[in-house]
Design a protein around this ligand. Structure first.
Ligand SMILES: Nc1ncnc2c1ncn2[C@@H]1O[C@H](COP(=O)(O)OP(=O)(O)O)[C@@H](O)[C@H]1O
Ligand SMILES: [Mg+2]
Length: 393
């Protein structure tokens, strides 16, 4: 009777789109559906009646035997998982469709078929495409991660180059300042030396007073030059340690570094210090000096370029409960609306060969990232106004 049931079920089992084998507890094949005939080189007649492990020698007999017996004993299904086991028996995968698997990957369900007759069915589901897809997804993800890493690395190298360039650029601007700052005292020194030479040529003997005066005047010039070098040396020193510093000192030092150009072009500097003289900030004072010097140099450039009659730079220091604010306001006519959005972009400059376009970009980064503040710009009455807000700690 159960034989009859198997025959009746044949039609159904032959029409499913997966493999079905029925075996008994000795693993003898009782049924082999047409899906399997189509996907293996075995025919139903040559398989039925033989142990399945003889037909497919790659099957691990112990494992299958145990699973079949458990299934019958517990009257509940057990499984093979394609992701863990790969396959039950070898069905060569279609190489054209599946590029990476040699054999069809199979999920197998071992279910009780006829417990009285000790029969179980092995249902084989083709998982190759799914696993192939998954594999590709993983590959794709790995590739994506690799690409992202490369891009991040590139970005970082780019940043490093920019940082280096910006340091070189501000060094260039600074060296220009030193050279300029030294012109005056060098000139002075050469005049005094000229004088002492003339004096001894005319009088043969130089008076004590003359020597004293020569000494005092030349030492004064030399001290000034030495101070300039120290200022610049400090400026280039990289201090990685955050420390407390007087804001007033930073403003004064910044002004000293641009002093010669400001003096030469008679640019009037007004400082409106609306905060406590002893206001202390925390962070990298050199970097703040770099920011101030960038802005002061830009202001000077604009005032000279526009040939402003009574050039001015107003510095206003104020505070709220949360911020200390430093504003630099010139009277050079301001920044044209159409380039307002570009001035903080790296390499943007309107000064052709004279500019690098890195100053404001770098200033913004220093303020944002190292000092956790903001820098903004607007056009006020007669010129540009750069506003730096630094959080109070
Ligand atoms: N005070 C200012 N007045 C007018 N234009 C300014 C001022 N400050 C900056 N700019 C504009 O912003 C541009 C970018 O400045 P910056 O980043 O320092 O580069 P650079 O000074 O090398 O040109 C300048 O070329 C100039 O056009
Ligand atoms: Mg600049």
């Amino acid at each position: 009777m159960s034989n009859q049931r198997i025959v009746n079920k044949t039609l159904f089992l032959d029409s499913v789109n997966s493999g079905v084998v029925v075996v008994n507890s000795d693993l003898n094949v009782k049924f082999f559906n047409s899906w399997l005939e189509a996907h293996t080189d075995k025919k139903r007649d040559e398989v039925i009646g033989r142990p399945i492990t003889e037909v497919f020698p790659e099957i691990k007999e112990k494992v299958l035997s145990r699973k079949v017996k458990n299934c019958l004993k517990l009257k509940s299904p057990t499984f093979y998982d394609a992701e863990v086991d790969g396959y039950l028996f070898q069905i060569p995968a279609d190489k054209i469709i599946y590029s990476t698997f040699e054999y069809m990957q199979q999920n197998v369900t071992i279910a009780p078929y006829d417990v009285e007759k000790d029969l179980v069915s092995l249902m084989i589901y083709d998982q190759t495409q799914f696993l192939e897809m998954k594999r590709r997804c993983v590959d794709f993800n790995e590739e994506l991660q690799r690409q992202v890493k490369i891009e991040v690395q590139k970005q970082k190298e780019q940043e490093d180059i920019l940082l280096h360039q910006s340091r070189m650029a501000s060094m260039g601007e600074m060296i220009g300042n030193i050279a300029h700052q030294w012109k005056q005292p060098l000139n002075g020194l050469s005049i005094y030396i000229q004088m002492i030479y003339e004096e001894q040529r005319n009088k043969q003997k130089i008076s004590q007073e003359f020597i004293q005066e020569f000494y005092e005047k030349t030492m004064f010039q030399i001290k000034g030059m030495s101070q300039t070098v120290d200022d610049f040396k400090n400026f280039f020193k990289v201090n990685r340690q955050k420390k407390d510093f007087y804001l007033k000192r930073v403003i004064e030092n910044s002004l000293r570094l641009v002093d010669s150009y400001y003096t030469k072009h008679k640019i009037e500097i007004n400082i409106d210090y609306q905060v406590d003289e002893d206001l202390i900030l925390k962070g990298f004072d050199n970097e703040l000096i770099q920011v101030f010097v960038n802005i002061l140099n830009n202001g000077k450039d604009a005032l000279i370029e526009k040939k402003i009659d009574n050039p001015k730079m107003n510095i206003i220091v104020s505070e709220t409960a949360e911020f200390t604010t430093v504003e630099f306001e010139d009277n050079a006519g301001g920044i044209p609306d159409d380039i307002m959005k570009d001035i903080f972009v790296p390499y943007f400059t309107t000064k052709d060969d004279q500019g690098t376009g890195i100053g404001l970009y770098m200033s913004q980064r220093i303020v944002n990232e190292h000092l956790k503040g903001t820098i903004s710009v607007s056009n006020k009455n007669q010129g540009a106004c750069f506003k730096i807000r630094l959080p109070k700690t």
